[in-house]
Design a protein around this ligand. Sequence first.
Ligand code: PMT
Length: 394
Amino acid sequence: MALQGKHLVLGVTGGVAAYKAAVLLRQLQRAGASVQVVMTEAATRFVTPVTFQALSGQPVCVDLWDARFANNMAHIELSRAADAILVAPASADFLARLAQGQADDLLSALALARTCPLLVAPAMNRQMWENPATRRNVKTLRQDGVLCLGPAAGVQACGEAGEGRMWEPEDLLESLAAFFTPKVLAGRRVLMTAGPTFEAIDPVRGITNLSSGRMGYAIARAAARAGAAVTLVSGPVALETPLGVERISVCSALEMHQAVMERAGQAEVFIGVAAVADYRVATAAGHKLKKDAGAPPQILLTPNPDILAEVAALPQPPFCVGFAAESENLDAYAEAKRRKKHIPLIVGNLIQDGFGGAQNRVILFDDAGRHPLPAAPKDHLARQLIEHIAPLLA
Ligand code: PMT
C-alpha cells in the first residue's frame, strides 16, 4: 500500500468541497495511512466533525484550547506526530492566514508549528482564485516550501466555470503517494507498452486477448511516482491514465509498433508489458463478413513485428525490460526469451496468475539470476520492479 505506515493530519477548511474530504479520508486509509482530522470552525458548518470521527475512528480536533492535550499544546503534539499535513480543501482565507504565518486557530497553529511537509489543495470560487491577493499568497506559500496541489478547472458550486475546483480525492491521493516515493528514476525517460492489441478481421470483429492493462498501468504509475517522465503506448483498455503519464492510445500491433519506434530513440528505459498479437489478419475485410456467404471464411494470418526485439536491436537501445507470459516451464521459456531478444531483464509470469486480475506473482530474470517476487497486488509488484530496475541503469 502506497501510504503504509504514514501518519497524516488531514486539515479541512470551510468550503463546499469539504464533503470530498470525507471520501479522501477513506482513500488515504485504504492506502495504509492513519489519519487525524483537524477542522477549522468554518469547515464544521459544511460537514460535521461526527462524520470524520466515524470515518477515521478518532476524535476530530477543532479547538486550539482542546483540554484533551497535555499543557494545551494540541498544535505541537499533532504536528510533531505527523509525516505530512494535507489541507483539503484549503480555502482562500486559510491560504491567506497561512501565508501571513497567523496561528489564530488549531489548524493554522499546527501548520506554523510543523516540522513535516505541508501540502494544500486549494478550493474556491474562480474569481477568488484569480484575485491578485490569492496569487500573491500562493506564491509566498510555494516559496516557503508548501506544495500546492491544484486547483482544477471546471464547473463550480456557485454555478460559474473556471479554475478553483479542488482536485478529486484520487488525484490528491496519487500526489501524496508520489510525494512519499523515493525518486529512484528522477529525470529518466521511460517508454512502455501495456494492454492487449486488437487485430481487425472486419470492421466489427477482431483477434485480441485477455490483457486488462493493469500490470502495465501499475508500472507506469510506479515509474511516474519514482520521478520518471513516462510515455505509455496502450492497447484498448478500460483504465484511467495514471496521473502525470503521457498516454498514446493504439489498437493494433502495427500501430503500437509505429508509436514505440517513433519514440524509442529518446527513451532511457523501455518496458514491454503489452500482450502483443504475434499475428494479424493478412487482409482485413472492408465490410462486415456475412454469415450466409457460402463456406466459412478462411482467415490468413501474417506475423507482426516484434516490438521489443526491434527496440533492443537499436544501435543505442534503451535499457529493455520484457515480460513473458507462460502457461508452463516459466523459468526455461522466460530465460530463453531474454536471450533471444538480447534484453537485460525479463519478468516472467504464469498466464493464470497475470492476466486480468488485480494480483500477480512474477520472477525477474537478469544477469544475476532469478528473483522471485511473491503474489501481491500489481501496484506493489510494480514498485518492486522499479526498485529493481533503478540500480541497473547506471
Ligand atoms: O494486462 P494484465 O491483465 O494486467 O496482464 C498482464 C500481462 C499478463 C499481460 C503481463 O504481465 C505480461 O506477461 N505481458 C506480456 C505478455 C506476452 O504476450 O508475452 P510474450 O511472451 O508474448 O512476449 C514477450 C515480450 O515481447 C513481451 O514483453 C511483449 O510485450 C513483447 N512482444 C511480443 C510480441 C510482439 N510482437 N512484440 C513485442 O514487443
